[in-house]
Design a binder for this molecule. Sequence first.
Ligand code: GUN
Ligand code: ZN
Length: 498
Amino acid sequence: MSVIEPAVDPAVVPAVDPVVHRGHIFHIAGKALVTSAAAHLEQFADGALVVDASGVIVWCGDFSGLPLEFASLPVEHHVGCFLLPGFIDTHMHFPQVWSADSYGGGQLLEWLNECIFPAESRLADPEFAHQAAVEWCDRMITAGTTMGLIFGSAFPHAQDSLFSVARERGLRLVSGRGIQTVGPASASALIVSESEAIALSRAEIEKWHPLDEQERKHALQFVAVVPRFSLSVTRETLLALGEMYDQYRDRGVYFTSHLSENARPGDGEVDAVKAHYLVDNYLDTYDGKWLPGSQVGGKSFLGPRSVMAHAVHCSDAELARMAETATSIAHCPVSQLFLGSGTMPWKRTVASGVNIAMGSDIGGGDEWFMPQILNAAFKQHISERSIVGIDPAPLIDESVSMHPAELLFCGTLAGARALDLESRIGNFDVGKEADFVVLDPSAWDMYDQSLRHRRRHADPSIDRDALLFTLLMMAREKALTKTYVRGRKLETSTYPRQ
Ligand code: GUN
Ligand code: ZN
C-alpha cells in the first residue's frame, strides 16, 4: 500500500497529510491482557509512528529502521516528547461537566440528591447545554482523552449538542441520554414516563448511531442505552429497554450503567437495589433477572459492548458473569476516593478474568487526566488491606504494586476492548487508527527535571519500566500538548469564556 493514498475513501474518512511522527514511543502492543501487559510493553526511545492519508498507522518502530518506502514522507519532530496511545475513558458524565464543585454532597445517594440531580437539571436550558457540550469536548481534548463512554444528559437537545460538537471537532465518543423513570423530587426535571424513555432512546439511536455496517466501520460517534442505575428505573422500564436494546445490539449500540458502587450498610446503594428488586445480586438487575429471587423477567443487557461502572463491591459470581459475557468494568479510583465508595479489590477482580478499563466518572471524580487516574489506581491498590499476622503470617495480603505497563494498558488498550474497538484503536499496531497524545516534559519544569535526573538502572528492561512509571505517575495535564484522533490534531474551541 502506498502511504500517499488513503486506505479508505476520503469521502468516508477525511484525508490527512501522510507523515512520520518522531518521538519517544510507548505502547502496549498486540492483544495483551492486564496480566501480560508487561510482556507486551514496547518502547522506541527514538521512534517513528507512520500515519497514512486515512489516518491509519502503517508502521511503528525505531526511527533508524524506517523502511525506505516512508523515507520521503515529511517528519513531524516531537523533540524531547513522548508519544502514547490516546487515553480511553470508559465512564464519564456529560451533564456533570461543571459539577466537581459538589460541596455538601456526602456519599453517593445524598450526593446525587443534593448536588447532581439539580446540577444536571440546568441542561434544560439549550444554550447552557450547548456551552456545556463545547466545554466537554474541550476538556476531553485537553486531557488527551481520544475516546469516551459518556453518560448523557436527559435532555435530547443537550445530546444533540454533544454529538454535533464532537462531530465538528473529530472527537470519538459513545454516549446516550441518561434514563430515569423514577426518582426523588430533586430529579423531577430528569424523569420521563416509561414510554417516553424508550421513544427518546430509540430516536437518539436512529439519529446519531451508525446503523449501517459500512458506515459503522469508520464512524467516530456511537450511541449507548443508558439507564442511570437500577434505582432510577422500574422493572417495566428494564423490560421495555431490554426489548429495544435487543433490536439494536447487533448493530453496535452500547449499554452502560452503574454497578455496586456504594455499599454503606443499611442505606447504601447495593442494599437499596437488593431490597427494592429482591434479587440475589445487583448485576442480576442488568442481566434480565430482575424479578424477585433473581428470576428471569426480560432480556439481558450484558455483552461485549456493555460496560459496568465501578463494580467495587461485587461477589465472585457477579465478576464471573461479567467475564463470561465479555462485559467490561469501568474502574474509577478517583471517584471512589471522592465519594467514599471504597476500593475495588484489584487481585480478585483481575483473577476473575473480567476486562478492567478506566473511568474518570467526571463529576463523581474530579480528575479528567488519565495518567492522574492511573496514579490514583496505583496508590489505591498498593494501599489495599495488608494485615500481617504474627503466626501464621501474613493473614491477608491484598496490596499490589501495579506494573506501569498494567497502568498504561488499563488507560488505553483495555478501554478499546471494553468498547469493542480493539481492531481500530488502543495501541500502535499497524492497521489501527492513529489516536495518540504528545507529552512534552518541557511544558512543566518539575516533570522535565524529574525525568532528566531520574536514577538510571543497569538492566534495560527495569530502566524502561522505571521511566514509564515516572512518565505516568508524574504527568500533569499541562504537559499534554497535543491530541490526535485518526491522524488529525484536535483543536479546542476559541469560544469566549464568561
Ligand atoms: N449512580 C447513579 N448515578 C450516578 C452518577 O451520576 N454518578 C455516580 N458516580 N454514580 C451514580
Ligand atoms: Zn458515574
